[in-house]
Design a protein around this ligand. Structure first.
Ligand code: NAD
Length: 375
């Protein structure tokens, strides 16, 4: 059971928050360091206090304990109000972590912690910033008004968790994977999507393959039932193949895209690519309470780790999502997002998003610039 330790004090919402911090591997410690810097600035300005609980996961945990996730990390994470994470993993060709059997590699730790914390809802925003339009691979006529969509992906069911087998019958090798959802799993993720749409553009696009799959037909039926509880939010259904096309044809039509595990895996990568910059994209994984694990969408970028050049904005925006979705601190989250936009508007860029005429800054400088613009 997740315990919530934060307290509300006097006039405003002055909170005491216990935040788990998983720095992780590669660029993780560098970018999480900047996100913590920004949280501290928010604490100063809005009078919140934090206690940070450092947790080991992935390669960093293997180096100390020989396994990517320990019971101790799980228990400590459960005692926190939310967890902020960098990213885990290393270079599969050179890192000794990848000489271990698959269940002992860094990625197994990530799957393990998501499962232990029952994080069934994965949220990935894909925002095209006015200032970074040049990085977007789509045509100007499509991107001229920008876009801001949120993918809500079911994370603990469906094809990736179904029964699977490879067997040989009469000399022919055959493999199968089963895709199963029950109505309760669909209902809880649908409610999460409608709750979030209510805070945003008030539209849910539920994506399925109901012309072929039984699981999709159940998905559609349950989503329609949930929609009746949210009369202010509009609902449309879209087949997954059409959705893949619409994301590149007209991404502005979407507000919240709600979908099952595998479709969400593919569509969220597509949506992040059309923004053009992986270092800018945050994500959240939520359970049934207010608890969430917040992390950049990208990986540990071993190719640039330790050089001080990684873009910390995805980690900083993940911290903003934490304030918004775990603590309902919308004003504070807005302040971070506004500061990020302001720094981009003033022309500051890390190496991954630099273009002609802009000012190159390193990881720590980008964090400092964002902090300075939070008032
Ligand atoms: P990656 O996202 O780490 O890197 C892909 C490219 O994007 C690289 O060129 C990298 O330098 C760049 N990049 C990523 N984040 C950046 C940032 N913040 N600033 C600037 N550039 C950035 O993907 P990969 O190379 O396929 O994976 C590397 C490792 O990360 C692997 O071990 C993989 O398993 C792991 N991974 C972890 C997570 C996670 O922790 N949730 C997610 C994806 C991949």
């Amino acid at each position: 059971m997740i315990k919530h330790k934060y307290t509300l004090k006097c006039e405003g919402k002055y909170m005491e928050l216990k935040i788990g911090v998983i720095k992780g591997d590669g660029i993780g410690p560098e970018i999480v360091g900047e996100a913590v810097k920004v949280l501290d600035k928010i604490g100063k300005v809005y009078h919140h206090t934090y206690s940070y609980c450092q947790l080991l996961l992935g390669g960093a945990s293997i180096d100390v304990y020989g396994v990517p996730l320990t019971e101790d990390t799980i228990e400590k994470a459960k005692s926190c109000d939310a967890v902020l994470m960098g990213s885990i993993g290393g270079d599969a060709k050179t890192s000794p972590w990848y000489k271990l059997e698959p269940s002992k590699r860094p990625e197994a730790g990530l799957l393990g912690i998501r499962k232990s914390l029952n994080l069934f809802a994965n949220l990935r925003p894909a925002v095209l910033y006015e200032e970074l339009k040049d990085a977007c691979p789509l045509k100007e006529e499509i991107t001229k008004d920008g876009f801001d969509l949120m993918i809500m992906r079911e994370l603990t069911g469906g094809l990736y968790f179904g029964e699977r087998k490879t067997e040989e019958k009469d000399g022919v090798i055959t493999a199968y994977d089963s895709l199963t959802y029950n109505e309760n799993e669909i209902r809880r993720i649908a409610k999460r999507a409608f709750d979030i749409a209510r805070k945003r553009g008030k539209k849910v696009t539920s994506v399925d393959k109901a012309n072929v799959l039984d699981s999709s037909r159940l998905w559609r039926k349950v989503v329609e039932e949930v929609a009746t509880e949210y009369p202010e939010v509009s609902l449309e259904h879209m087949l997954v193949d059409n959705c893949a096309m619409q994301i590149v044809k007209n991404p502005k039509q979407f507000d919240v895209i709600l979908t099952e595990n595998m479709f969400g895996d593919i569509l969220s990568d597509e949506a992040s690519m059309v923004t053009g910059s992986i270092g800018m994209l945050a994500s959240a994984s939520l359970n049934e309470t207010k608890f969430g694990l917040y992390e950049p969408s990208g990986g540990s970028a071993p190719d640039i780790a330790g050089k001080g050049i990684a873009n910390p904005i995805a980690a900083i925006l993940s911290a903003a999502m934490m304030l918004r979705f775990s603590f309902d601190l919308d004003q504070e989250a807005d302040a971070i997002e506004k500061a990020v936009k302001q720094v981009l508007k003033e022309g500051y860029r890390t190496k991954d998003i630099i273009s002609e005429g802009k000012t190159l800054v390193n990881t720590a400088e980008m964090g400092d610039l964002i902090c300075e613009r939070i008032e």
